[in-house]
Design a protein around this ligand. Structure first.
Ligand code: C5P
Length: 234
């Protein structure tokens, strides 16, 4: 625990070190452009525009450190560090680079169109005392569990399910504790914190915070930006 070193700051960690093969591009996903701008730049611009984040640490593959520095805004509050083999390794690298943070946001570069207003709402919850807060949307599809043969084993009540987005916000010492145990595994950061027994609060998410994972997502993101630009010109 690091309470005495806590400087009160909100530090956003942006994992951008994935290889992103699902998008079918040769460029790592976070560096693929949407509306002409790399996703990681859009994500960082959104964090800055929220006015709620003090520092931003972007984790990228070793060979892309220089390119990342060149394409991100030249600001003392934005830093690029080398990520790791898995997303959890990349987040761990980011945590290590911010020993004095009071609060962490973990925000996927792939959620490039996240509205700054959503980011500010997550930070407001942290400032109001929440230890762990995640944006959540109701699930529109029926979700089923299946076994290894693809046979359905259950249909959980959709009313009690949520799709979880980023940024996910945490008291810094809580996230440090969750990542200190390398045996813990989860598909998101809040999942690790849940394994420690901490309750995670949800706030309403935003459809624009969708994760750009497939070609279809990329088409949608480009169309959204085109539409916004056309509306700006009219
Ligand atoms: O692959 P997925 O969509 O789950 O990746 C989520 C985010 O985690 C992406 O922004 C990706 O760049 C990042 N990531 C990372 N380090 C890895 C793998 C993924 O920073 N080793």
């Amino acid at each position: 625990m690091n309470v005495s070193n806590n400087d009160g700051s909100v530090v956003a960690l942006v994992p951008a070190a994935g290889r992103g093969v699902r998008l079918g591009e040769s460029t790592p996903k976070a560096f693929v452009t949407v509306g002409g701008t790399p996703m990681v730049r859009l994500a960082v611009d959104g964090l800055i525009a929220s006015g709620a984040v003090d520092r931003i640490i972007v984790m990228v593959p070793t060979e892309l450190v220089e390119s990342a520095v060149a394409l991100l805004p030249p600001s003392e509050s934005v830093r690029v560090v080398i990520g790791g083999a898995e997303r959890t390794d990349s987040v761990r690298c980011g945590i290590a680079a911010a020993p004095h943070a009071a609060h962490f946001l973990v925000h996927d570069a792939a959620r490039a169109l996240t509205p700054p207003e959503l980011i500010a709402r997550v930070v407001a919850e942290l400032r109001a005392g929440a230890e762990a807060v995640v944006p959540a949307l109701p699930v529109v599809d029926t979700i089923k569990s299946v076994d290894a043969r693809g046979e359905v084993t259950g249909t959980p009540d959709r009313a009690g399910l949520r799709a979880i987005q980023t940024p996910q916000g945490f008291a810094a010492d809580l996230l440090r504790a969750a990542y200190a145990d390398e045996r813990l595994q989860a598909t998101d950061d809040a999942g690790l914190v849940e394994l420690l027994g901490t309750r995670v609060r949800t706030i309403p998410g935003d459809p624009m915070a969708f994760k750009i994972t497939t070609r279809l997502d990329l088409l949608l993101a480009n169309a959204v930006l085109d539409g916004a630009r056309m509306a700006g010109r009219s």
